[in-house]
Design a protein. Structure first.
Length: 312
């Protein structure tokens, strides 16, 4: 009896094609999402977007903040560029921001190196160093204002150090250095924590390989550590410039913009103008300051693009 070969039958189960309704269901956003988004959107619009738009409109008027007003074109903007007091505030703010960013990043990086090395009581030291970060800026300013105006001059007089015998805050040429010192004292902890986070991401195997090749500590720092934490330096630089361009509370507590107007920042000029009835004029100043801040941010992104994970 001859055997018959049966053809093998392979059952193929194919899933039914997705229907249009199913695809639409997957791409449809749950209405509950918009319900939770709506309060934040309304608050942001009323607190940020609407005031910004109204301020931009008022910058083309002669408004004093209330009552009737007239549109006067770009006269406020022209007046801002001719105002020596405002130009001086811009010069102080930009110089202060640049110097403070440099000091904060340098000191914070050195502290981060020390606190990630094999030293005793690292956890306790990190806790001590972050204390200034949690104290209000105005409180810090008033404390240092007392030290610069009373304690430091007494120390200078008793030791015969003439530069310290008088208050730094009363010297138009040195008062800004006191502001840099106090601002850096408060800002260094946050920058230090960011650098510590960056240093902890560097694989130890990289340093082990370099030690086998005979690399010195300086070569490790230059060719391994700095390139690998470049992105964290970018973060600290961008955040620092953003905060220091808007400097206000520490300056108020230390010098109140003095002596004279030597340490008056742009933010102080704008707020003082509001108090004096120059509402529309200072709104034009605020618009210019906003545009300058945008330009600085774009320049920073241009020079840091492609570094530390920032995409081109």
């Amino acid at each position: 009896m001859s055997s018959m070969t049966r053809p093998s039958i392979r059952a193929e189960v194919t899933p039914p094609p997705a229907t249009t309704a199913a695809r639409a269901g997957r791409s449809r956003v749950d209405p509950l999402y918009y319900l939770f988004l709506l309060p934040s959107l309304v608050i942001f619009t009323l607190a940020v977007t609407l005031p910004a738009v109204l301020g931009f409109i008022y910058s083309f008027t002669n408004s004093v903040g209330f009552g009737d007003f007239e549109f006067i074109g770009v006269r406020n903007f022209i007046a801002v560029f001719r105002d020596e007091g405002v130009l001086g505030a811009y010069g102080f703010t930009l110089t202060f921001s640049l110097v403070t960013v440099t000091v904060v990043n340098a000191v914070a990086f050195l502290l981060a190196l020390g606190l990630t090395s094999r030293v005793r009581f690292r956890a306790a030291l990190r806790t001590v160093f972050v204390i200034p970060m949690v104290i209000s800026g105005i409180v810090i300013a008033f404390v240092f204002q007392y030290l610069f105006s009373n304690s430091l001059p007494l120390f200078g007089q008793s030791t015969g150090i003439e530069p310290l015998a008088t208050s730094l805050l009363a010297n138009p040429n040195l008062a800004w250095l006191a502001i840099v010192f106090v601002t850096a004292w408060q800002s260094i902890p946050s920058a230090m924590l960011i650098y510590i986070a960056g240093l902890l991401t560097v694989p130890p195997e990289v340093y082990e390989a370099s030690s086998i090749d005979g690399a010195s500590p300086w070569q490790n720092l230059r060719h391994i550590t700095l390139p690998l934490i470049a992105g964290y330096a970018v973060i600290n630089t961008v955040l620092g410039f953003k905060n220091y361009l808007n400097a206000y509370d520490i300056i108020i507590g230390l010098t109140d913009g003095g002596p004279g107007v030597a340490t008056r920042s742009v933010a102080m000029s704008i707020f003082r103008g509001f108090e004096g009835g120059d509402y529309a004029y200072q709104m034009a100043n605020a618009v210019i300051f906003f545009l300058i801040s945008i330009v600085i941010a774009l320049i920073q992104l241009r020079f840091t693009r492609g570094k530390g994970g920032i995409a081109a």
